[in-house]
Design a protein. Structure first.
Length: 398
């Protein structure tokens, strides 16, 4: 059985840094072939991001494993020729330049589709290819700020706080992958490709969920609540005797189970605690009682008690804790990749578990490429370049 669900799908990847490479990493994990176009001698900007091991960027390796790299100067006539010849051979082209950049190079979607009408063109940018902000540059924290997520993150009355991972880039990459898969499915029916326009800002707006609902319903502006959930109680972090614990009582049945487990059944008779809505309105009363309770035992002790009672709870893991977590290990979510010049390095596994793909085949076996590592292979196998043509090309990009 072929375990590569996207076997035969070829992606020409012009993206760099995070949003675009994350998108093509998701598709590579599912079996697509990704040909990464990089600037000769410079490559993807993220090759210059730490941390480093033996001079190699682990950041770059973590999201570009298994891809092939060809060095192409897209500003040169020869580079454009190679680009359009490759366009004839692939299914998808991805880019995350500022809108208008590809058009200035003469490589925009309208031009590309004349060369290959079946091509799916996926553009990921800060603000998209329309609207008054379209031409603005953007980074992850710019769209976190503009997209509202920083206004609801952090402690009450605290300074603006960035989400600890690059959710602006990553959501754009995920929505880009979803768009590409949808377009590939539609192409089976129509035989035609199409353009996908994903904006990082749009992605942030789309994931605000509860904050959007609250403001739309009440007109009140949501503010940071720390770890507390705005509409479920108790649902937040509590200080224990030695650390912290997360308690997530998501419904009234769990509230009853919790009260029984911690020997506080008298709380079940409290009118103000009888339902989630009442507990939420009475948070100011319930929170001090829970604070007093949780500081009496260690996190490990509370976890044992609450887990046995089937009440959702969790320690707050550090990265060291995460790397040692048995559930993470069982799901193959941190795996070793052999990288030349680096050795074995742990990277995130594939979170999409599919019955036809055994765990050992969930990730590309190949390492991340060096700049232009596969240039000769691609010129020969895709474009039928002869040895003299390859030699001539390589001399021009040095």
């Amino acid at each position: 059985m072929n375990t590569k669900l996207l076997d035969g799908i070829k992606i020409l990847d012009l993206t760099r840094v995070l949003a675009g490479p994350y998108c093509t990493m998701v598709l590579k994990n599912l079996g697509a072939e990704v040909i990464k176009i990089e600037r000769p001698g410079i490559g993807d900007d993220s090759r210059g991001f730490g941390p480093y091991v033996n001079g190699e960027s682990i950041y770059f390796i973590s999201i570009n494993r298994g891809k092939k790299s060809i060095a192409v100067d897209l500003k040169s006539a020869e580079g454009k020729h190679v680009f359009f010849d490759l366009i004839k051979q692939v299914d998808v082209v991805t880019e995350n330049f500022k809108p208008g950049t590809m058009e200035k190079l003469g490589l925009g979607y309208e031009k590309i589709r004349t060369v290959n009408p079946r091509i799916i063109y996926a553009a990921m940018s800060g603000f998209g290819h329309s609207g008054p902000y379209s031409a603005r540059p953007a980074y992850d924290m710019i769209v976190q700020a503009m997209g509202g997520i920083m206004s609801i993150t952090g402690q009450p009355d605290g300074p603006p706080t960035r989400v600890g991972t690059s959710v602006g880039d990553i959501t754009a990459g995920l929505f880009g992958a979803i768009g590409i898969l949808s377009a590939l499915h539609k192409r089976k029916e129509t035989g035609q490709g199409q353009k996908i326009d994903v904006a990082m800002l749009d992605g942030q707006v789309s994931i605000l969920e509860n904050a959007t609902a609250r403001y739309a319903a009440t007109g009140e502006i949501p503010t940071p609540l720390g770890s507390r959930h705005p509409s479920i109680t108790p649902f937040e972090a509590f200080k224990t005797k030695d650390d912290w614990i997360i308690l997530a009582v998501g419904n009234d049945k769990l509230w009853k189970a919790f009260c029984k487990a911690v020997n506080k059944e008298e709380w079940l008779d409290e009118h103000d605690f009888a339902t989630n809505d009442k507990r939420n309105l009475s948070h100011y009363r319930l929170k001090p009682l829970l604070d007093q309770l949780f500081c009496q035992r260690t996190t490990k002790e509370w976890m044992s008690l609450l887990t046995e009672a089937h009440v959702p709870a969790s320690p707050i893991n550090t990265m060291a804790d995460l790397f040692a977590d048995p559930q993470v290990k069982a799901r193959n979510m941190l795996v070793d990749v052999e990288q030349p010049g680096v050795g074995s390095i742990k990277v995130a596994g594939n979170p999409i578990k599919i019955s036809s793909i055994p765990p050992e085949k969930e990730l590309p076996e190949e390492p991340a490429p060096s700049i232009g590592e596969h240039t000769e292979e691609i010129l020969k196998n895709y474009l039928n370049f002869g040895e003299k043509e390859i030699d001539s090309y390589l001399k021009k990009i040095k």
